[in-house]
Design a protein around this ligand. Structure first.
Ligand code: SAM
Ligand code: SF4
Length: 609
């Protein structure tokens, strides 16, 4: 049985618009590769006779009904958003999402290839999905598709290895999914694959199908990566850097604001390398079609998205943060484009009550004009992800990161000087090729000196085809990698515990997310600095007026999606505990607290090295 997943409200109200466009594109077969072509003819023939074909054509449901698709997503937030895009394409082609794998006609697994461990899990799941067809007639076995980065990396081997998958689709092939599925359904033994990477696909005209009622949303603004860090598979699985045009992003942000979404995270593999044009022909066409079809506020949103941006023009490349470089020529790619500072400013201006975050950035793309927008816009989160990867200049050089330990420290100092109280998070890799004990100690000392609020720390996992694998030797033994990783984690935790303690007594503007999993009498929410806070439910609060010593009383109830002022009264390693003081808004809280959105007891001095 298919469980309908609530689409974005507007998309649901006028289901045909973005989805019909997606289907029209999906049908042109431009990107189909030889494997898919080979099976398509057989697939189409078999489909005519197949008993359970239910693909919708031109908005009309087939008499035999819609198909149920089960989607499982691994990896980063971009994969989560990609699955939402994929669902928009599939809903328009006659599929509904089911949360129950046993009910699925089609099982899709959206994968990650960043480390070997991520892939090991996918192989296990594939074996399980295949076993669901055991004992069933061929025509009743679910079709299994592998999508995303691992699909792009392994390609046809996924179709061959134990025949665990029927479909393989890379991250730029989601418009083609209905074709790929059709080529396989009713065609026992059929296989279909599209792993063509694109230099222009941004899915700009597809409105993702999001979970109903959520107050947070992901919006992908760019895809791919041109950096080629020596350890990283992303440029090979996600292709070249390309940015979605400003008009389509603004349209989606306005739509989310209309729907009451309170937190948007802008996404990209290198999100702050954004370099887009004001409005692409595809978007102008898409928005015009909305204007023509609708008589509701969406028509206005569509107009605003192109007309107000008609005057937007690109600017010269302002440069990287001091001391940062890249191997490619940014002037060539970015001159005359809308760059990240401008995009962030425009996105933040849409709704002052919508908190804006972004991930995953590269530290090189934090020049002062980006930091100024973050500082000056109250609704841009004061929590910056600054992936260091290593604290050793020698290791950073081998990783081809384009900066040194010193320039990284200088950037952190700059952030702390320009944005007092800004939380900083990071990614670290332990045991990269050639890493010595001294290099490792440099990373440990970086963790201690900076005091990150959050860190994602990994042992190096060699990826086939990367510069690290081709030109360097993975010479740090596994047990040494693990020992070093643990030491890095310990150094992070020691400072993180101190920082948690220093939060006690501070007051945060918290976006309420939902009931606590451990205790339904408590709410959980997130601070501007991305920390989880748990506080007791209190349904009789008043408006917060800046008094941090006593909770207000009144008749406001608290519900998910509200902003409340919470004073921190205790903490564990990963969670703050607090008392709700009153209802507030992002703007009101900023007016009361000024640039100091919390009252931390910590100093924001320069980092000791
Ligand atoms: N674009 C971001 C940057 O420039 O730092 C990083 C995004 S990357 C997709 C996510 C994180 O995965 C990286 O920051 C890195 O720490 C980790 N990672 C990537 N390749 C890895 C590998 N081969 N082994 C271990 N960790 C890896
Ligand atoms: Fe990977 Fe980030 Fe480097 Fe790109 S910039 S290659 S995504 S680590």
């Amino acid at each position: 049985m298919a469980t309908p997943r609530a689409a974005a409200a507007v998309a649901a109200a006028r289901p045909s618009t973005p989805r019909r466009r997606a289907r029209a594109r999906a049908g042109d077969g431009r990107h189909l590769d030889a494997t898919a072509d080979a099976v398509r003819a057989a697939g189409v023939a078999a489909r005519r006779a197949a008993p359970r074909t239910g693909r919708a054509e031109d908005g009309e449901e087939d008499a035999r009904g819609r198909r149920a698709v089960y989607v499982e997503t691994y990896g980063c937030q971009m994969n989560v958003n990609d699955s939402e895009v994929m669902m928009a394409v599939l809903e328009g082609a006659g599929y509904d999402e089911t949360k129950e794998v046993n009910d699925a006609d089609v099982i899709l697994i959206n994968t990650c290839a960043i480390r070997d461990k991520a892939e090991a899990k996918i192989w296990q799941r594939l074996a399980y999905f295949r076993s669901l067809g055991n004992g069933k007639k061929r025509s009743e076995k679910p079709v299994v598709g592998v999508l995303g980065c691992m699909a792009e990396r392994i390609k046809e081997k996924l179709l061959e290895a134990d025949r665990l998958a029927d479909i393989v689709a890379g991250p730029d092939a989601y418009r083609d999914l209905p074709n790929l599925i059709d080529a396989v359904v009713g065609n026992p033994g059929g296989k279909a694959m599209n792993v063509q990477l694109s230099v222009e696909e941004t899915y700009a005209d597809i409105i993702p199908v999001r979970e109903a009622g959520s107050h947070s949303a992901f919006v992908t603004i760019m895809r791919g990566c041109d950096n080629a860090c020596a350890f990283c598979i992303v440029p090979y699985t996600r292709g070249r850097e390309r940015s979605r045009d400003l008009a389509s992003i603004m349209y989606e942000i306005r739509l989310l604001s209309e729907q009451g979404v309170k937190e948007v995270t802008l996404l990209g593999q290198n999100v702050n390398s954004y370099a887009g044009e004001p409005a692409s022909a595809t978007t102008t066409d898409f928005l015009s079609s909305l204007r023509g079809e609708s008589k509701d506020p969406i028509a206005e949103l569509a107009s605003a998205s192109t007309e107000r941006l008609a005057s937007a023009s690109g600017s010269a490349f302002v440069g990287y943060a001091d001391g940062f470089a890249s191997r490619y020529d940014p002037e060539r790619k970015r001159a005359g484009t809308i760059q990240f500072a401008e995009l962030l400013d425009k996105v933040a201006s849409v709704d002052p009550e919508m908190r804006i975050r972004f991930t995953s950035p590269h530290p090189k793309d934090f020049p002062d004009d980006v930091l100024r927008v973050i500082r000056d816009r109250p609704n841009v989160s004061k929590c910056l992800h600054m992936p260091a990867q290593s604290g050793s200049s020698a290791t950073l050089e081998r990783m081809a990161r384009g900066y040194t330990r010193e320039s990284y420290f200088a950037l952190i100092d700059r952030v702390k000087a320009m944005i007092p109280g800004c939380a900083i998070t990071t990614d670290i890799i332990s045991g990269f090729c050639g890493e010595t004990e001294d290099d490792h100690e440099d990373t440990v000392s970086l963790m201690s000196a900076i005091g990150y609020e959050q860190a994602f720390m990994f042992a190096y996992s060699e990826r086939e085809g990367t510069a690290g694998q081709r030109h360097q030797i993975d010479d740090v033994p596994e047990d040494v990698k693990q020992r070093r990783l643990q030491e890095v984690i310990d150094a992070f935790r020691a400072r993180a515990a101190e920082k948690q303690q220093m939060e006690i007594g501070s007051t945060h503007c918290v976006l309420v997310e939902g009931p606590s999993k451990k205790n339904s009498d408590e709410w959980t929410g997130k601070t501007d600095t991305s920390k989880w806070v748990v506080f007791e439910k209190n349904d009789a609060i008043g408006k917060y007026a800046g008094d941090e010593d006593a909770p207000t009383s009144g008749s406001y109830g608290v519900k998910p999606g509200d902003y409340v002022a919470v004073r921190v009264t205790g903490c564990s390693t990963g969670t703050l505990f607090g008392q709700v003081l009153g209802k507030t808004s992002l703007v009101e809280f900023q007016n009361l607290h000024g640039a100091q959105w919390t009252t931390p007891k910590s100093s924001n001095g320069a980092s000791a090295r």
